[in-house]
Design a protein around this ligand. Structure first.
Ligand SMILES: Cc1cc2nc3c(=O)[nH]c(=O)nc-3n(C[C@H](O)[C@H](O)[C@H](O)COP(=O)(O)O)c2cc1C
Length: 179
């Protein structure tokens, strides 16, 4: 049994990202322990680049916010799932704050081996995901992580637009087949 942490980047409750992440989680929970972190429900400031965490022996961040508990959750994860809406060709700002705070040597203590990407956008042109895919692949390469799988869902704008989309079944299958 693996530990999987899903970072849900949307601020919209019950939105397309959350529905896609839920489908993945339902599949993954068949065999694994899964935790979801909703970026909108935590208070995480952006990284201020002071690099104090590099000189602190315990790599503590000087910003005291919910990132402390997120570091603890991510540390034990075998796999991390990035679930995000496209916001101006990137991940959501709420999720970006969490990602930027991983500019901290504490990440060297993480045991994560695999990443997944689940992402949605209003645009029907699949090229809308290009910049997120570049970021995702660069992270995989830099940290020597395995790509567990990627699901991109174009053409979903309003809350619930994703309902009935085959991507929900694909997300379930992706979660369910994690070994
Ligand atoms: C701040 C903001 C920026 C967005 N930027 C884009 C964009 O660049 N391209 C796009 O196709 N959709 C964009 N969208 C639309 C969302 O990606 C789309 O509505 C998505 O379904 C939202 O997911 P959610 O329901 O999980 O919040 C943007 C939405 C917001 C709120």
């Amino acid at each position: 049994m693996k530990k999987i942490v899903v970072l849900v980047g949307s601020a919209r409750k019950g939105g397309n990202t959350e529905l896609l992440a839920d489908a993945f989680v339902k599949g993954a929970q068949e065999h694994h322990e899964v935790a979801m972190i909703f970026a909108a429900n935590v208070k995480v400031n952006g990284c201020i680049g002071c690099n104090a965490c590099y000189s602190d022996e315990k790599h503590r961040c000087i910003q005291k916010d919910d990132m402390e508990q997120i570091y603890a959750q991510l540390k034990d994860a075998d796999a991390i799932v990035i679930a995000t809406p496209v916001y101006f060709y990137n991940v959501s700002s709420q999720l970006k704050c969490i990602i930027d705070r991983l500019h901290n040597p504490i990440r060297d203590e993480f045991k994560v081996k695999t990443l997944f990407l689940l992402t949605v956008a209003a645009d029907t042109d699949p090229a809308v995901f290009d910049s997120i895919k570049v970021m995702y692949r660069s992270v995989l390469h830099y940290f020597h992580l395995k790509d567990g799988g990627m699901i991109t869902v174009p053409g979903v704008k309003n809350r619930g637009d994703i309902i009935g989309n085959k991507a929900l079944e694909e997300a379930y299958q992706l979660g369910e087949t994690i070994e």
